[in-house]
Design a protein around this ligand. Structure first.
Ligand code: NAD
Length: 500
């Protein structure tokens, strides 16, 4: 596996006129090009239904790069590598044209038959495209062939199995790159380094020293124009099955023997296998669902979820989930991992808080003024960094202890904007590193965990909906979920890194 070298391949983007391609993929490819990580020998074929000439497509690509506030150096040269094919992916005849076009570009740019097929389209097309790529010979190449597939990977375990069977007819497991863009985020990738490169943390990373771990991913936006998709998804499928469980796996996994894709993935898979299954009435004890009502955000009125476009006015879909996960293995027995995620909350923030246990006899403990526990906070977005909350002597007379925060801001140390998740993931895919993509076993195990919760929720209407106000911390029941264990959610604002 070559590291940090120029990469050569033909990248076929299905869904080339869509939001993801324009907002994320073209700017990310441009950044790789500008950094010299995309060789001169690369070409992109954009595939979508709309008729466009190559020149019009190249104009679109340039505009999306400039809209992403990139400096325009060499942008003409970059865009000249982009070609367009207007093609309905359900039309069998059209794949032969695409094949010829790919072969011509292979020869023109000397691409060695390396191909990446990026499916940036609605998931109902994933299986059809993969099968056509094989049956129409687009995957018969002398170089590598890789399939990059966006979320959602299925709607539940059964549909994920069906999709996987289709794509496995055309690609082997190690040729499939299932995107979970959280795994491309710098500070998510940093979890492993923080854990496994610090003598300070790894010996304490277990149920003897950690009392609980809290993973929060909150958004201030509502569902906006994604109502149709969201109605069939909800926060559980949209966020928990993938991003939240992936972060939990990285926090909980055993140290891998080596930092290789297979070793890291197999440790993560063991975490998914150790997750305590929650089903039936138990779901109500471990999970809380919420849906936002109407209210105000930043002084402006915002509609209730049920009044958003394309949403059923009696919808039972959750826009908020909080849950308590138990990992039944020797390291984590008895330590709750609390997760929460939702829309229209008071802050946009993704954070992990690791709360350490109090020391057995704390000499500085005062009954009416308890000491703060030690916390390790990993700030994932929008801030990127780490804060360690310790106790130290309060300046002045006496020996009172007070909380101090040691802060590290990732962006200021790197002296540059940290790379976009998609930039890192595209580059990983080009160099054949699948570590930060979800393996099928991870996807299957996480669906099987989540399905039991959604089955229960779908069979029981939540009478309290809507149960939280826009701009709030979510439903009251999410606070009680921790209170009954003697904990509370650390407030985002108390954890902020002032100097990040
Ligand atoms: P989009 O609706 O903006 O774009 C869809 C694209 O597919 C368009 O280019 C359209 O022309 C093309 N298309 C639709 N039907 C076609 C057909 N029959 N033949 C050929 N082309 C066809 O969607 P999007 O927001 O870009 O999302 C694409 C995928 O990425 C989805 O799976 C989505 O869940 C996932 N995703 C998107 C984002 C995001 O930020 N937009 C984030 C995470 C995941």
């Amino acid at each position: 596996m070559a590291k940090y070298k120029e990469q050569t391949s033909l990248i076929m983007i299905f869904g080339a006129t869509g939001d993801l391609a324009n907002r994320k993929l073209y700017p990310s490819l441009y950044r790789l090009f500008r950094k010299g990580l995309l060789s001169e020998r690369f070409a992109v074929i954009g595939v979508a239904r709309r008729p466009l000439t190559n020149e019009q497509f190249q104009e679109n690509v340039k505009n999306s790069v400039l809209e992403a506030k990139e400096t325009g150096n060499n942008i003409e040269e970059f865009a000249s590598h982009f070609y367009y094919h207007s093609h309905d992916v359900t039309d069998s005849g059209s794949y032969t044209v695409l094949k010829r076009m790919a072969e011509d570009l292979d020869n023109q740019y000397g691409l060695g038959g390396n191909r990446i097929f990026y499916l940036a389209m609605a998931p109902e097309f994933f299986g059809t495209i993969a099968l056509h790529l094989k049956s129409d010979g687009l995957t018969d190449v002398p170089g590598f062939k890789r399939l990059v597939i966006e979320k959602p990977f299925g709607h539940d375990l059964a549909s994920a199995v069906e999709l996987n069977e289709k794509i496995r007819k055309a690609f082997s497991e190690d040729e499939i790159y299932r995107i979970d863009h959280y795994l491309g985020k710098q500070m998510v990738q940093n979890i492993e380094v923080i854990r496994f490169a610090n003598a300070l943390f790894e010996p304490l990373w277990n149920n003897r020293y950690i009392s609980n771990i809290q993973v929060t991913s909150s958004e201030t936006l509502g569902v906006e124009e994604r109502g149709r998709y969201y109605e069939n998804s909800g926060a559980l499928r949209d966020m928990v099955q993938n991003h939240m469980l992936q972060m939990v796996a990285l926090l909980a996994m055993e140290p891998p023997i080596k930092l290789t894709t297979d070793e890291i993935r197999s440790e993560k898979i063991r975490v998914f296998r150790s997750l305590r299954e929650i089903e039936g009435d138990e779901v109500a004890k471990y999970f809380v669902r919420g849906q936002y009502g109407a209210g105000e955000m930043n002084g402006l009125p915002v509609p209730a979820y049920r009044d958003e476009p394309m949403v059923d006015p009696h919808s039972n879909t959750e826009t908020y989930v909080a849950g308590k996960l138990m990992i039944d293995n020797a390291r984590w027995a008895g330590v709750p991992f609390y997760i929460r995620t939702g829309k229209r909350l008071g802050a946009k923030s993704t954070k992990i808080v690791v709360q350490f246990k109090d020391i057995p006899m704390n000499l500085y403990y005062q009954p009416n003024k308890p000491l703060n526990p030690n916390l390790l906070v990993i700030h994932i977005q929008p801030e990127e960094g780490i804060t360690l909350h310790l106790n130290a002597k309060k300046a002045g007379q006496g020996m009172d202890a007070t909380e101090v925060k040691l802060s590290f801001a990732n962006t200021s140390v790197n002296e540059m904007n940290t790379p976009e998740a998609y930039e890192l993931l595209l580059y990983d895919c080009m160099r054949g590193d699948a570590t930060n993509f979800a393996h099928w076993d991870e996807v299957a195990l996480s669906w099987s965990f989540v399905d039991k919760i959604s089955d229960y929720w779908e069979s029981t209407k939540e009478e309290s909906f809507p149960n939280y106000a826009p701009g709030s911390r979510g439903p009251e029941a999410a606070e009680q979920l921790l209170e009954k264990d003697g904990f509370f959610w650390w407030r985002v604002r108390d954890l902020n890194v002032e100097n990040c």
